[in-house]
Design a binder for this molecule. Structure first.
Ligand code: ASP
Length: 421
């Protein structure tokens, strides 16, 4: 009876907490190698969880494409596109630089690596692929074959193609207008699909959480407690203190509405560890609950999921200080600045998928000359941190989106301020 009264956010949160409790109990009981592990954890939970992620992923490419084409083709003023892009890239870089700076300051204060007696991993414990040269990153933004870009889910390429396609529709006169109506209809239908998926979300989230917690090396979390605690603290601080401050400073909006309306998006991001897979939910939330116009959200949300990783940068800041301490390396001021610059720029080329933050971390380490194999030390606790930082990443995308929408007169403040929206 009571469950019926819970809104969707409440149900998803319930699924998340219940899943974490069930997983935690299974972990404590020790089910590894038993039938419970193979039938329940790797059977039912895996099936439910992975199917749920797959169905969200299924919507990402069509949703981003159709929504962005509709958004761009509706822009009354073509100059707005350039302005939106400029503002978005500037704010995304700025928030990431702020995030990693806070992380470095806190980590230097807390000294997470002090007093730790960890055995150093062997030199080949973690190897890296070289970062592509910056010019290649730019070159790769233009798809040679848009169908291939979509098949591969290459978000930046899809964004570029959709933008061009949308602009072409806008300047194509009557044929453009006819096509636009069709795109709008397809977009509405895909949005409906997102809503339909939301009905099963509490179960999907439950299964994902139960599985993660059943498999989690909780002892590892304890042994790396200081590192884990520092990253976790800065992530929460950034999400619940810095973002609201930035939001009210830059747009004079009441951040309390924002935080409350972000809860279900954060729960999603947390349980699936992927900004990309959260795009449909984040986009729907931005448009329907925060009141951001589609012409802004359809562009800035997918772009943010691709280039804006504040939570990831926070983990990288703390990890850099931690590993430097473990290896007894003193970082100079120049190296700290280099960490800020590298992590901020590296976040552009990173896809919002699980665990990729660690791979980027290797690039940061290489830049400042820290032993890359040190990453092997923190892999064990990264899963839970990945979940938390993804929640921060998507919150940053929505915050910047709201700020830009407000500045462009594309925010419906009545919707934003309506607690029931
Ligand atoms: N999982 C993160 C995301 O999708 C990226 C990372 O930090 O690994 O946003």
């Amino acid at each position: 009876m009571r469950l019926k009264k819970l809104g969707l956010t409440g149900k998803i949160l319930t699924g998340m907490i219940a899943g974490a409790i069930v997983g935690f109990i299974l972990n404590k009981v020790g089910v590894e190698g038993t039938a419970i592990q193979s039938l329940l954890v790797d059977g039912v939970f895996r099936l439910m969880g992975d199917m749920f992620i797959a169905s969200l992923m299924m919507l990402v490419v069509p949703l981003v494409f159709f929504s962005l084409v509709v958004g761009t083709s509706s822009l009354s003023d073509p100059a707005m596109l350039g302005r939106l892009g400029g503002k978005a890239i500037f704010l995304y870089l700025l928030t990431t630089a702020v995030a990693i700076s806070i992380a470095l300051i806190v980590a230097v204060k807390v000294q997470p690596g002090m007093g730790m007696n960890l055995e150093l991993p062997p030199a080949d414990a973690f190897t890296v692929k070289d970062a592509p040269p910056f010019i290649d990153v730019l070159l790769n933004m233009v798809p040679r074959n848009p169908v291939e870009a979509m098949a591969e889910g290459n978000m930046l390429q899809i964004i570029v193609f959709a933008l061009l396609f949308g602009v072409a529709i806008a300047v194509s006169g009557e044929p453009g207008q006819r096509l636009k109506v069709v795109f709008e209809d397809v977009n509405d239908v895909i949005m409906k699909l997102v809503v339909m998926l939301m009905y099963v979300a509490p179960y999907g989230v439950f299964a994902l959480m139960a599985r993660v917690f059943a498999d989690l090396g909780l002892d590892m979390v304890l042994s790396l407690g200081k590192y884990f605690g520092t990253v976790f603290f800065v992530l929460i601080f950034h999400g619940f203190v810095i973002y609201p401050l930035m939001l009210s400073a830059m747009s004079r909006l009441n951040p309390r509405h924002f935080l409350r309306k972000m809860m279900n998006v954060q729960t999603f991001a947390f349980s699936i560890s992927s900004s990309n897979a959260t795009i449909p939910v984040n986009l729907k939330n931005a448009e329907q609950r925060l009141g951001v116009d589609n012409s802004v959200a359809s562009f800035t949300i997918p772009l943010g999921a691709t280039i804006n990783m504040d939570g990831t940068a926070i983990m990288q800041g703390v990890a850099t200080v931690f590993i430097a301490q473990i290896y007894g390396i003193d970082l100079t001021m120049t190296q700290y600045l280099m960490v800020i610059a590298t992590a901020t720029l590296a976040s552009i080329g990173t896809a919002g998928v699980p665990g990729v933050g660690l791979i980027m971390l290797a690039m940061v380490f290489q830049q400042v000359g820290l032993p890359v194999e040190g990453i092997a030390l923190i892999i064990g606790v990264d899963r839970l941190l990945d979940m938390t930082r993804t929640a921060v990443n998507v919150t940053g995308d929505a915050m910047v989106t709201t700020v830009i929408a407000k500045s462009e007169g594309k925010l419906d403040e009545e919707v934003y301020n309506d607690p029931k929206a």
